[in-house]
Design a protein around this ligand. Structure first.
Ligand code: ADP
Ligand code: GLC
Length: 492
């Protein structure tokens, strides 16, 4: 099979920038595809947080058509690499005014007001970068609303050019973020006046980038099969379900994998001791170290329940807040790591100061995330909705049994009573009831140990998903070329 030329155009990619799971996927999937022999490249902004990573400037700036003129950005090249030798070039668009800021999407005051412009430049810049590099991708893989303009541009301003032959694949990581803006902001995107582009973006008199991406990408995918079903219903579609249903068979669910090099208890450098499914003695060391680090009584017999999350409505953390006293009354210890909603941050901080068995760390802390996965016995994910979720997969790999609400990818990845514990109803009663069940199981060491063993043995790496994406890309390429009347006797 000929190798594919694939461009990933995305707003975050670990380790260069990460606000959540999209960053993890961006850092791992390109490597998994390169390991299968494909020519994969990534393009993203050079944020302030990205500057600490090594990169080399390319000669000459990149000119991006913008309104009647041209916007110039620098281009730098860094790379993603794996221990097994796969390497992926990462191109950073370097523009101080747009990207050299404290946050990725926003700061303490909220989202940046010019995000539409910042990501329109990334989208148009992704296409111009191909021209600049002399790279004609078979597929441009875009992620979430920030790069949804790419498929629209390929169908409009790029029509007839060599680059328009590229198929576009849009992966939706979260329907809750759609890139809404007012119609007036069209001019800020630097696009030519085009009734077709405006029509694609228009939704009830406003602009919606995700909708435009759904309509124009060759294939739409999302990050679990169950979420692919949910988003086509009124309940899960966040107002865009009709557009997804219109795409019918073009909407697919590919379950995320995890980076098995970065999240591996056998070699993880962030944790106090390494361990494996066969020998959990190191996990006990990690538990004691976590209790010490968080200022909890160092008690091997008391179960530790972890939670690592963006503190937003999606994650159902309000259920934990509502149930806090009942949860504390179980006698378990709780370790919370997260940031987001100020009122939830405050509740967690207050509980942390006033309660002997609750500790919270507010902010992003990659190392602590690993130490919680390794040191906790159980992990909470009571999500309202969850496109895939990565933390339950990390938990399973670290023998930390997840307690999850059975939605989206959590339903697909947790086997109830076998590799974790599930509840259905969105209520703090259901959450507390399931936590009690998990704690009763913890009190039966042989049963708990057998569940840990099963969870740790699960195959959750990227290789299966990379194979599925490869098939999806080939399908998309054939579909695109057919649509352009360019199908030749090429086997793709
Ligand atoms: P989402 O992308 O919706 O936030 P996921 O479960 O897919 O949810 O991925 C979340 C990722 O972000 C995980 O890698 C998790 O460890 C990480 N994460 C979330 N909050 C924090 C935090 N406060 N500190 C460190 N890592 C965090
Ligand atoms: C999103 C989702 C999460 C998913 C992640 C990576 O942010 O909320 O469920 O795991 O993207 O695909």
């Amino acid at each position: 099979m000929p190798r594919l030329k694939i461009l990933f155009s995305l707003p975050e990619c670990f380790p260069f920038a990460k606000t959540g799971g999209l960053g993890d996927v961006g850092g791992a999937l390109p490597i998994a595809l390169a390991a299968r022999g494909h020519d994969v490249r990534v393009v993203m902004p050079r944020y302030r947080v990205t500057r600490k990573f090594e990169s080399k400037p390319l000669a000459g700036p990149l000119g991006i058509p913008y309104g009647p003129g041209t916007l110039w950005t620098g281009v730098r090249r860094g790379q993603l690499s794996s221990k097994r030798g796969a390497v992926v070039p990462v191109y950073f668009l370097d523009h101080d005014g747009l990207y050299d800021r404290e946050g990725v999407y926003g700061d303490a005051r909220g989202g940046y007001g010019d995000n539409t412009e910042r990501y329109s430049v990334l989208s148009r810049g992704s296409i111009e970068l191909c021209r600049y590099l002399g790279f004609e991708p078979d597929v441009i893989h875009v992620h979430d609303w920030p790069t949804c303009l790419v498929p629209v541009l390929l169908d409009t301003v790029e029509q007839g050019t060599a680059l328009a032959r590229a198929a576009s694949v849009l992966t939706i990581h979260n329907m809750g973020y759609q890139g809404w803006s007012s119609r007036d902001s069209y001019s800020e995107m630097g696009l030519p006046f085009s009734p077709e582009i405006l029509g694609a973006l228009d939704l009830n008199g406003q602009l919606n980038l995700l909708k435009a991406g759904i309509l124009h990408s060759t294939i739409v995918s999302t990050v679990s099969p169950n979420y692919a079903r949910e988003i086509q219903t009124k309940e899960g579609g966040e107002g865009l379900d009709a557009f997804l249903r219109m795409r019918g068979g073009d909407v697919m669910g590919v379950l995320n994998g995890i980076d098995e090099e970065a999240w591996n208890p056998e070699v993880d450098p962030h944790i106090a001791a390494n361990f494996s499914a066969e020998d959990l003695s190191g996990k006990a060391v990690c538990k004691a170290a976590l209790q010490r680090e968080m200022g909890l009584p160092e008690r091997p017999d008391v179960p530790v329940i972890g939670l690592i999350s963006r503190l937003v409505g999606q994650k159902g953390v309000d259920l934990v807040v509502d149930a806090l006293y009942q949860l504390m009354a179980t006698g378990a210890q709780f370790v919370f790591l997260g940031s987001g909603d100020k009122s939830i941050e405050e509740v967690f901080q207050r509980a942390s100061l006033s309660t002997p068995n609750v500790r919270a760390f507010i902010g992003m802390n990659e190392g602590l995330a690993h130490r919680i996965e390794a040191g906790a016995d159980l992990f909470l994910m009571p999500s309202r909705y969850e496109p895939c979720g990565l933390n339950q997969l990390y938990s399973q790999r670290y023998g930390t049994l997840p307690i999850v609400r059975a939605v989206g990818g959590l339903e697909d990845t947790v086997d109830n009573g076998s590799t974790g514990f599930k509840f259905h109803e969105l209520s703090s009663e259901a959450l507390v009831g399931t936590v009690r069940w998990a704690l009763e199981t913890y009190a039966e060491p042989a049963l708990f140990r057998s569940m840990q063993y099963r969870a740790m043995q699960k195959q959750s790496g990227w290789s299966h998903a990379a194979q599925q994406y490869e098939a999806l890309y080939r399908f998309a390429v054939r579909k695109r070329r057919r649509a352009l009347g360019q199908v030749r006797a090429v086997r793709l």
